[in-house]
Unconditional design. Sequence first.
Length: 250
Amino acid sequence: MNWNDVMGLVSTVALSLPIITMLATGVAGYRSFPALVIYFAMVTLYNLLTEGYISATDDFTHYYGICNNLLDAPLMLYFLTYFGTATDFKKRMKLLILGFIVFEAITVFYYGFTVRSITIIMGPGISLVLTFCLIFFVRQAKISITHHKAAGKAMITASQLFAYGCYSIIYIMYYLLDIRDVQNTFLVYFFVSTFSALLMSAGIIIERKRVKRLSELKVVRRELSELYSQEKKASPLRPAIFDFDKDLWN
């Protein structure tokens, strides 16, 4: 067993950890996290196919790899909508995702499920994901350092910023410069995906704690709001001075 085999196995195990973490912590169905579950499930399966842990024909593995690359950017971009704070910004991101899918469909229509299609599609896809990862990481890092909160979000965006930064280098070397050193390329990919997946898992665990606190806070606020409403109905003739906090709760 050489270094590629060892790191292929390690990378496959590491890529499954975010899925296990999301399922165990209950965030797998939260907001845009289902896209992240699908993303890691597809990448893990591709590792299992290319490393021979799942037996499949070369043609199946080849076309699965193409489909995996086609879904990569749309899934990650949709997950990144989780970090958008403004509703309009999220809508623009979703429109951008739709536009990118149309771009992919047109490219595949003209060139088919070929390496040329992937070369054309992956460049803009990686660039878009990398750009949004950078924007969200800078924002979350500032919040984490200044206000000492949202560290989980900062770690999640950092993991993807690191991953796609390295993927962009691999893309340039492998597809644009045509440096087809397959063994070393896969070895670098395994190292990158392993570190990124581990950092992602840690970020998800921390973010889950924040989501849980926010959920508990919403429950408390709802219960207090209902209690206040009941008290208000029970004493409709009370002096207006007791309604001083009405705007706070409505």
